[in-house]
Each structure stands twice: as C-alpha cells, then as structure tokens.
Write a new protein. Sequence first.
Length: 277
Amino acid sequence: MRNLYLPHLTTIKTLVKENPDTWTFELEFQDPGLRDSFSFRPGQFGLLSAFGAGESTLTLASGSLRRGSLDVTFRRIGRVTGALAILNEGETVGFRGPYGNRFPMESFRGKNLLFIAGGIGLPAVTSVLYDALENRGDYGTMTILYGARSSRDLVYKKQISEWEKRPDVNMVKTVDPWGVSEGWDGMVGLVPAVLEQINPPAKNAAVIMCGPPVMIKFSLQTLEKLGFSSEQVYLTLENKMKCGLGKCGRCNIGDIYICKEGPVYTAAEIQKMFPDF
Ligand SMILES: Cc1cc2nc3c(=O)[nH]c(=O)nc-3n(C[C@H](O)[C@H](O)[C@H](O)COP(=O)(O)OP(=O)(O)OC[C@H]3O[C@@H](n4cnc5c(N)ncnc54)[C@H](O)[C@@H]3O)c2cc1C
Ligand code: FES
C-alpha cells in the first residue's frame, strides 16, 4: 500500500509572480498517468512540499474541470513558503492531496453567485469561479468583489482584466483608501463598505467568501444588514494543518477535524462551532 504521506512529484510548468510576496505555480504531475487521472472538487486543498523545508497547506486554485495540470497560489510568510518562493520553472515540488470537503456546486445551480475575497483569499474561491464560468448558463448573475490593501497587492491581475471584459460578470475591485496609486481604475474602500455600496440582492443568492478574519467579520455583518442569511454564506477556514488526514490533531476545534470535515462551511455552521465568530 502506498504511504499516505509520500508526495507525488510535480514539475513547476509555469510560474507567475503575482505581487512582491505572492506566487502562482502551475504544477504538472511527473507521472503521466496521474496527469490524466488526477481530479479534485472546488474547495479542496493539497500539501505542497519544498524538499528539505517541509509542507504547506494550499487551496487548489484552478478549475476542477481542467486536466493535465493544477494551480496553487501562495504568499511567502515563513519557512516552507519561503523555500517555495525561490524555486524556478522546471523544478520539482512534492504534492499530496486532494484533501477536505468541497463547495456544494450542485446547490449553487440556478443561484446568483456573489464572490467576496480579500488579499490572498481570492485563490481560495477561484476553483468555484472557474467551474461556474465553464458552465455559465447553469448560474444566475455573477458578482466578484475583490479587495486588496493596494493595487500593488492584487493577485490575478490578468484574470481580473478578463473578468472585467465579460458582460456576464460584474467584477468589482477595490483598494483600501490609503492604498490608492495613480491610474487606479477600481473602487476605493474596505470590502465591507464597498459591499454595502454595491448592495447585491439577497434573494436566490449564494455567497462564496474568503479573506482575512477582520474582512470576514465585518462582511458578515454587512451581509446580514443586506438581508442575507448565514445559511447562504459559504466560507473556507484556513486553520493551521499538518497531516491533512485527520491524524495529527493540529487542526481540530474540539472533536471537529477541519482537514477532514472542512475547510468549507456555511457561516451558520461556523457560528455554531465558534459562538463568538
Ligand atoms: C485549508 C487551507 C488552505 C490554505 N490555502 C492557502 C493558499 O491557497 N495560499 C496561501 O498562501 N496560504 C494558504 N494557507 C495558509 C498556508 O498553509 C500557510 O501560510 C503556510 O503553510 C505557511 O507555511 P510556512 O512554513 O511558510 O510558514 P511558517 O514558518 O510555518 O509560519 C510563519 C508564520 O505564519 C503563521 N502561520 C502559518 N500557517 C498559518 C495559518 N494556516 N494560519 C495562520 N497563521 C499561520 C505561523 O504561526 C508563523 O507565525 C492555507 C491554509 C489552510 C489550512
Ligand atoms: S491536519 Fe492533522 S488532523 Fe487535521
């Protein structure tokens, strides 16, 4: 039986430096069989290893319908992400996964989708976004509200300009009031404030959200004010993880293992797990 902790070898096929601290790798499995057979569901994550440094938990950021390669986007914050950040195209990294639960795409069908993301939270929701765009006719309106501290900090600038061109996507980008630079053509304001300004209708909507805790906290309050229920809001929890397999006890809250049962929850479920949320 294959060792559960043994990573598959992947090659960095392309590398994009998104901003001074953030990189996207397009990874290709070195085993040709896996290139064809690997699949995952939107919201799942993998463990990426920089050999000699360790493993990092990263959300699978490409569409789940794509075959042959997958994308991950990471911010350099410590030991492993620092070691990943100095790699080049053509180099090898380890990958194990996919792990965790998923966004319920089937219950999003026919609904108006509202994506709310802040900073490095955007890659955590793009697998849902790409899958919905692949089957655009299955969904109602699509609004993407994405905020970053400054225009320099935005990730996925190329994708954002493509979404801005689509008549069937309402792309709203914003930067913090103190992060505006010359030539900025988006909105100015924190995500919860801009959310209130754009005032999306709550009826028949599903919200898919990821971002820093403070953004989530105030966006949830704004959503409530706009008439959204906590059952309509889906979030992904980025608790610290190590094994990803429900074995090490690093990610649990009480007897709930986020790596196995999460990381995707509705706001209603999270409020039950953390009454102070
Ligand atoms: C389900 C899930 C999905 C994730 N998806 C992404 C993603 O797509 N892109 C991305 O950039 N990051 C993501 N993260 C966070 C990422 O796993 C960590 O940033 C990374 O593992 C840090 O590794 P490191 O060795 O570089 O940092 P370390 O050297 O381990 O830590 C540096 C500092 O960051 C803190 N830290 C480390 N991990 C976390 C964490 N998960 N939450 C809060 N603080 C932390 C440490 O306490 C320390 O202060 C995700 C985490 C989870 C659990
Ligand atoms: S990460 Fe080890 S139990 Fe969840």
